[in-house]
Design a protein around this ligand. Structure first.
Ligand SMILES: *[C@@H]1O[C@H](CO)[C@@H](O)[C@H](O)[C@H]1NC(C)=O
Ligand SMILES: *[C@@H]1O[C@H](CO)[C@@H](O)[C@H](O)[C@H]1NC(C)=O
Ligand SMILES: *[C@@H]1O[C@H](CO)[C@@H](O)[C@H](O)[C@H]1NC(C)=O
Ligand SMILES: *[C@@H]1O[C@H](CO)[C@@H](O)[C@H](O)[C@H]1NC(C)=O
Ligand SMILES: *[C@@H]1O[C@H](CO)[C@@H](O)[C@H](O)[C@H]1NC(C)=O
Ligand SMILES: *[C@@H]1O[C@H](CO)[C@@H](O)[C@H](O)[C@H]1NC(C)=O
Ligand SMILES: *[C@@H]1O[C@H](CO)[C@@H](O)[C@H](O)[C@H]1NC(C)=O
Ligand SMILES: *[C@@H]1O[C@H](CO)[C@@H](O)[C@H](O)[C@H]1NC(C)=O
Ligand SMILES: [Cu+2]
Length: 776
């Protein structure tokens, strides 16, 4: 697995109301903010805002399987009548040649059924389970995806292959399966056999030796490269050799060993190649012969000092930095409401349901603003990363993090650090393997100041300023070396933004001076940064009012024209708009417009605003909407199609729910879902559109990636904003706005501030400069 570290930690941060009064300048912040002084002197405190419950009008159709549903399905699947020949995943002797369950989860429901439920008084969509079974016990072993239902189990319940989900196949060759316990154990046999036979050499050259993970002499760790296959017919994998310990991905040696692990019989696995100091040896014997003949040139072994990888505080404290950093507070209580049971939220006109699963974590459904639907779905599809380098491991690394499981890798959020104090937390609840998993506080929801007024103006008779606020839903997933942070934000002006950030450890290259900076700078004694591109594909299924939408492209073009009032100029260049519509899927793979000279807007032509314009939402590129640099690299071929353009627009189908699949990982040439299969010329005018967009980063590694990558720079975003959605902008109704109106006939400019009653509470004393003055 990509994640070799099992991190679990328990926080005992005190939870209590914040002191509303600003600490005086003299008193050290640490004393003022200690829990004790707060409790013993709570007279002047504002109470901590508490979550305000709400109840969704309709029960969520997106909930995970309950314990009861899970055991119901399991009992049915294990019943010999189903002929699945299942071995329990709890069996002590579970092996890759057994049939056993990988995933049971609630099936992503068909939009058709959900819409008829939400909009048409249809029934709650029938519950189904998606079941993925490792079928290593069959004559021709594979992995098969099924759906089982309806639930609860009855005489109607059937099991069917989940063909309709995937553009290619719901059956995956054995060689493309996940590297779980039984698979890893089988692979480790050949790895241990090979590596212990050359341990004397590897120790001599790199200081590393491997005799099996549990052997006392072992001080090395390896990783099994992804993808581990191309089309499932073979499985040749490179293992990079690293020092075991903290963050092995940043303690690489110059040694790489290739294994043929094709098929389900470990007795047939073999070592195919050894690469040390960039020299290829085609067998263990050749490697030993070269070593014994003194023909191997040693390169520097990885340092055994891993202190550079730790993030404990070091260095002198900056002046005043001993004080607590500013925090965000909700002085007047919460302004959003949550329905825990249905994982549903309401916020100042917004409402939405959420779903959570193993593959991608949180997803948003039925996103409405002021009662009108904006999006049916907004969800991450996959987070991929493609590496490069002059060695077999980095050159061949192309991760689909959906395979490792972004949802299952969501971790507990740290209050006050990952999310503001007083944020609302939800457990990340999902099913994985055969169990219900409850990841405590894996999601947080909070409202915050956006840091600037959303509108502002001074004119002859008034000055106005309107507070900008947004609600954020955040998840952080630690997928192996990286921590990804995703923010889904709902603004008071009707905009929605998605931001992605990354931190954690870079997957370093072994440093070679002769690489001459082609793949990244040296960042420690024996490691260099590695050039790699992160791309995160999202689905935004817009349903502006209803599902009949059109994708409009407004180009700014420049043309030579004449205008009679400029006779002296003759012909001159001027710009204008050229508005067109995406007629069909043949022209629906879109690049980022050069110089921002194209605007992309989803509109509903059947609904116009007061000015006769189609009501719409603009898709606004933000930071770093990058895609993969290569379109034909073998490690992201057909399974990488979603990550090869900035935007794509397709017609929604229940049979095209996702642009990726977990088991796309090891099938670059023959995936389950090949994204371009969605683009088959269908009309896009007033149809149900899905917009697929990419966030990402070309990770330009630097010394500052050590110890951990910075989220300030590793950042990408997109925004959806109303475009003639209303007759005027959406914040004119906010009370959190001030207007200073000039007093009639007052030459001195005295003004009356009007705050619509939204004022700081008395417990939050203002300073003189914070008062809304009568003179402007
Ligand atoms: C103030 O503190 C006392 C104990 O120190 C506690 O009993 C009381 O509930 C607190 N009041 C508020 C409003 O928090
Ligand atoms: C059932 O699976 C086992 C491995 O777990 C295998 O040995 C056996 O042949 C399978 N039985 C049938 C009928 O396929
Ligand atoms: C979802 O829709 C597809 C395509 O119409 C259909 O084949 C499939 O059976 C539906 N799934 C469920 C669970 O009803
Ligand atoms: C590595 O092997 C060489 C040649 O046998 C020997 O000279 C050298 O001392 C060995 N180095 C270590 C660290 O064992
Ligand atoms: C959240 O998860 C924790 C840890 O798994 C569990 O103890 C707690 O009961 C869960 N809370 C809810 C509301 O389900
Ligand atoms: C959407 O378009 C379809 C035809 O493509 C039509 O049957 C349906 O009535 C339209 N829906 C609305 C709400 O206009
Ligand atoms: C407009 O005419 C000028 C002068 O002939 C030419 O250089 C320019 O390229 C033309 N611009 C366009 C948009 O055709
Ligand atoms: C306007 O855009 C369309 C579609 O891209 C293009 O075919 C047409 O030539 C453009 N018109 C002008 C005047 O550039
Ligand atoms: Cu990176």
């Amino acid at each position: 697995m990509r994640s070799s570290l099992a991190v679990s930690f328990f926080l005992s941060l005190p939870f209590h109301s914040l002191v509303a009064a600003a600490p005086s300048v003299q008193s050290p912040a640490r004393t003022v903010f200690s829990g004790l002084s707060r409790r013993s002197n709570n007279e002047s405190l504002c109470p901590a805002p508490v979550d305000i419950p709400t109840v969704a009008k309709l029960p969520s159709p997106f909930t995970p399987l309950s314990e009861a549903e899970l055991s119901d399905v399991k009992a049915w699947l294990y019943d010999p009548k189903q002929n699945l020949n299942l071995t329990s995943t709890k069996s002590e002797t579970l092996s890759q040649t057994d049939n056993y369950i990988w995933i049971i989860e609630s099936l992503y429901p068909n939009k058709t059924d959900v819409l008829s439920y939400l909009d048409g008084n249809g029934p709650l969509p029938p519950r189904y389970a998606r079941v993925v079974i490792n079928e290593g016990g069959k004559a021709d072993p594979d992995v098969s995806e099924y759906y089982v239902g309806p639930l609860p189990v009855s005489s109607e319940t059937t099991i069917q292959t989940l063909d309709y989900f995937y553009s290619r196949s719901a059956r995956v060759p054995f060689n493309a399966r996940v590297g779980d316990g039984p698979r890893s154990a089988a692979i480790d046999e050949i790895v241990t056999k090979t590596m212990s036979s050359i341990a004397d050499i590897t120790f001599n050259l790199t200081g590393l030796q491997y005799y099996g993970a549990d052997d006392e002499r072992t001080n090395a760790a390896y990783f099994v490269q992804s993808p581990s296959s191309m089309d499932g017919s073979t499985s040749y994998v490179w293992t990079p050799w690293r020092r075991a310990g903290l963050a092995p991905y940043d303690q690489p040696s110059d040694l790489y060993v290739n294994f043929d692990i094709g098929g389900s019989d470990p007795a047939l696995y073999k070592c195919r190649m050894i690469v040390y100091n960039l020299v290829v040896y085609t067998s263990v014997e050749d490697f030993r012969e070269a070593f014994e003949a003194g023909k191997i040139t040693q390169s520097p072994p990885p340092s055994s000092d891993e202190s550079f990888l730790r993030k404990d505080r070091k260095g002198p404290i900056r002046e005043l930095e001993n004080r607590l950093a500013p925090v965000s507070v909700e002085l007047d209580g919460k302004r959003y409401k949550v329905d825990d049971e249905n994982r549903y939220v309401e916020y100042l006109g917004w409402s939405f349901y959420t779903r959570f699963d193993r593959d991608v974590g949180i997803q948003f459904f039925d996103v409405k603003y002021k009662g009108e639907r904006i999006l049916y779905e907004l969800s991450l599809q996959d987070a991929v990363a493609q590496y490069a380098g002059n060695n077999p491991f980095q050159a061949g690394t192309a991760y689909n993090d959906r395979f490792y499981g972004i949802g299952i890798d969501v971790g507990r959020l740290i209050p006050g650090y990952d999310c503001p104090y007083h944020a609302t937390y939800w457990n990340a609840t999902l099913t994985n393997g055969e169990s219900v998993v409850n990841k405590k506080n894996g999601l947080c929801i909070f409202e915050s100041d956006i840091g600037f007024p959303v509108t502002r103006h001074t004119d002859s008779t008034y000055t106005q300023s309107t507070k900008g606020s947004k609600l954020t839903v955040r998840q952080i997933a630690t997928v192996g070396n990286y921590d990804y942070l995703w923010d889904y934000q709902f603004f008071v002006d009707g905009s929605i933004a998605v931001d992605a950030r990354a931190s954690g450890y870079v997957q370093a290259n072994y440093y070679r001076p002769d690489d001459e900076g082609k793949w990244g700078p040296r960042i420690q004694e024996t490691i260099a940064g590695t050039l790699h591109t992160h791309v995160m594909n999202f689905k935004a299924d817009f349903d502006l009012i209803d599902a009949n939408n059109t994708f409009q492209k407004t180009d700014i073009i420049v043309e030579n024209i004449t205008q009679p009032w400029y006779p002296e100029l003759g012909t001159f260049e001027q710009m204008r708009y050229n508005i067109t519509e995406l007629a069909n899927e043949d022209s629906a793979l879109l690049e980022l417009p050069k110089n921002g000279q194209s605007m992309y807007t989803v509109i509903n032509k059947a609904h116009t605003n007061k000015w006769g314009l189609p009501r719409g939402y603009r898709v606004i590129p933000g930071l770093s909407n990058v895609h993969l640099a290569s379109h034909t690299n073998p490690f992201f071929l057909k399974n990488g199609e979603a990550y090869k353009q900035a935007f794509a627009v397709s017609r929604h189908h229940d049979t095209e729910p996702h642009s990726s699949a977990a088991l796309n990982q090891n099938l670059p040439a023959d995936p389950m879902v090949a994204f371009y299969d969605f683009f088959d010329g269908e009309s896009l005018i007033q149809e149900d559109l899905a917009v697929w967009f990419n966030l990402g980063m070309h990770h330009y590694t630097r010394a500052e990636d050590i110890p951990n990558t910075l989220m300030t720079e590793a950042h990408s975003s997109v925004m959806f904003a109303p475009q003639n959605w209303g007759d005027v902008e959406q914040t004119v109704d906010l009370t959190n706005a001030v207007i200073f109106n000039k007093r009639e006939g007052d030459k001195k400019g005295s003004v009356v501030p009007e705050t619509n009653g939204a004022n700081p509470p008395k417990s939050f004393p203002l300073r003189d400069d914070d008062q809304l003055l009568g003179v402007f």
